[in-house]
Structures are given as structure tokens and as C-alpha cells.
Design a protein around this ligand. Sequence first.
Ligand SMILES: Cc1cc2nc3c(=O)[nH]c(=O)nc-3n(C[C@H](O)[C@H](O)[C@H](O)COP(=O)(O)O)c2cc1C
Length: 156
Amino acid sequence: MKSLILYCSEYKKNTERIAQVFAKKANADLVNIKNLGDIHIEDYDLIGFGSGVYREDLSPKLYKLVDNLDIKNKSVFAFSTSGVGMKFYNKKLVNKLKSKGAIVKGSFACKGYFSAKEFTNVKIFDLLGKLSQGHPNNKDFKEAERFINKIIETIK
Ligand SMILES: Cc1cc2nc3c(=O)[nH]c(=O)nc-3n(C[C@H](O)[C@H](O)[C@H](O)COP(=O)(O)O)c2cc1C
């Protein structure tokens, strides 16, 4: 089985650290989409798409990439890191993957550290920023491992 992890991680490399866990467990090629070269999507049996959350959404660059790939009938999964760590941020990506005819095997999310004062004065984000400190942590990495292992099992 050949796997590929495509990710966008522009802030603190939180998403990259999760992508690395997936890549290690799945023995996957790991590609930061800012360094995207020629990718031969047809070579892969499983493709993971991930991004940090930037102002309530994943990176537009990731959506654009998905738009341009032929992933019909490919097994795929979505992942993100965000201050709140909720899976709902993956919904739009999951829907896009489905609309391209891909088989969505799962959706993963965890918290990723951010410092509110770097980009907002809105008070609630101070608290969310504090709650996100130290993430992704060992527990998040373990959950990422469990997530990818389950997917690998269904594809083997
Ligand atoms: C400009 C900016 C906007 C953000 N907006 C949100 C947001 O709307 N919701 C949220 O939960 N986290 C938000 N965050 C926190 C990031 O999603 C979090 O730190 C994530 O782990 C960043 O991933 P990265 O380090 O891979 O880029 C934001 C961070 C930045 C820098």
C-alpha cells in the first residue's frame, strides 16, 4: 500500500507534527503543499489532506489543491489542528473530497497551540489560547496513531 500525506501548516507547525505521525505509521510520503512538486496521485492507495485552521477555515490553498487533483475512487482522510481542536472544521474539506468522488475513510482533529495576542484582541481567544497550550501533546499523537492504524486496517 502506498500512502501520501499532503498538508498545510503555516503557523507553528502543529499540523505538520500530526502529519509526521501519520506519515511514520503509514510509511507515507509527506509533502508540505508549499513545496509541492510533481505528484503522481495515481500511484497512491491512501491520501491524507490536512491543514491548520486560520480564521474559522482550513487553508484555501488546500481546497485549491483538492480542486485540481483527480481523486475519484481514492481512499482519503481529512485532518486539522486548531485552537479548539474540533472536527467540525474538517466538514467543508470532507464534503469537497466526497464531491470529487473520493472515499472518505475518516476525519481527525486535535488542538494546536496558538497565542491569541499575536492576531486578535477578542478576549475569548485569550482563554482558548491558554487551553491550547502544549498541543499537540503526547495524547494527541497517540490518538493520531490510533486513527491512522484503523484506516490502514480497512485498506490492507
Ligand atoms: C491567523 C490565525 C487564525 C486562527 N483562527 C482560528 C480559529 O478560527 N479557530 C481555531 O480554533 N483556531 C484558530 N487558530 C489557531 C490555529 O488553528 C492553531 O494554532 C493550529 O494548530 C495552527 O496550525 P499550524 O501550526 O499547523 O499552522 C488561528 C491561528 C491563526 C494564526
